[in-house]
Design a protein around this ligand. Structure first.
Ligand code: KIV
Length: 263
């Protein structure tokens, strides 16, 4: 049986062993992902993959709790992190109230919140109240409407310095890990070197302490567009369509069910 990693195990992996994070939204996929990932992230990206929405902003806390419960059931030996959805951590009291709800209703080990320096006081309030927190800086999907799109960060020295200051503030506030998304590789390297907690990259090059991908991207189920940072390890959508078409053909022709499928 797989050993469930603790937050301290993750902290110890920095600069020693790359940390593998994969998203999951349901029990079935979580049970498959559990075999390989160090951490499972119940990302609010589920609002796009699962709910078919254009962005993550309409995900709700109850939706995140529902999916986190399913993932925890499917992957009982995994360290599970849940995204706090947009609008649920605007101030420290709101953040604590909602994070406590996640802890009380699911078995998630930690929550993830987007934002830099300006949200460090919220992270500090959470960690001081026994909630384990993962930060998320760089391209932050919850800011897509206010920023007017998804923009790669770390292209100028000024921006790199801001990102480093964000990461340091998040570490000081007590987060045990930081996701760095959509950041130029050299900038992500500089951020990783500036903090003592592990960094997990997505679209941030190969110098972070770990990598995270969304399961439906990496398995080729999401094909509307393939971001530059995604590697497809299988052609999920194509294989599923082929299998479904074969089922239809066999039902229509009477080839399915065969004797062995019949009571
Ligand atoms: O929501 C999500 O899946 C995420 C990852 C992209 C890091 O936050």
């Amino acid at each position: 049986m797989k050993k469930k990693l603790t937050l301290n195990d993750i902290l110890r992996m920095k600069s020693k062993e790359k940390i593998v994070v994969i998203t999951a939204y349901d029990a079935l996929f979580a049970s498959l992902i559990e075999e390989s990932a160090d951490i499972i992230l119940v990302g609010d990206s589920l609002n796009m993959s699962f709910a078919g929405e254009e962005d993550t902003l309409s995900a709700t806390l109850n939706q995140m709790i529902y999916h986190t419960k399913a993932v925890c059931k499917g992957a009982p030996n995994s360290l599970i992190i849940t995204d706090m959805p947009f609008g649920t951590y605007n101030n420290k009291d709101e953040a604590l109230k909602n994070a406590v709800k996640v802890y009380q209703q699911t078995k998630a080990a930690a929550i993830k919140i987007e934002g830099g320096k300006e949200r460090a006081h919220i992270i500090e309030h959470l960690t001081k109240n026994s909630i384990a927190v993962v930060g998320h800086i760089g391209l932050m999907p919850q800011f897509v409407r206010s920023e007017g799109g998804y923009k790669v960060r770390g292209k100028t020295q000024e921006d790199i310095e801001q990102l480093i200051a964000d990461a340091i503030a998040i570490e000081k506030a007590g987060a045990f890990c930081i996701v760095i998304e959509g950041v130029v590789s050299d900038a992500a390297k500089a951020i990783t070197e500036a903090v003592t907690i592990p960094t997990i990259g997505i679209g941030a090059g190969g110098e972070t302490d770990g990598q995270v991908l969304v399961w439906s991207d990496m398995l080729g189920f999401f094909t509307a567009f393939v971001p530059k940072f995604v590697k497809q390890y299988m052609q999920g959508a194509g294989d599923v369509k082929t299998a479904l078409a074969q089922f239809c053909t066999e039902v229509k022709s009477g080839k399915f069910p065969e004797e062995k499928h019949t009571y």
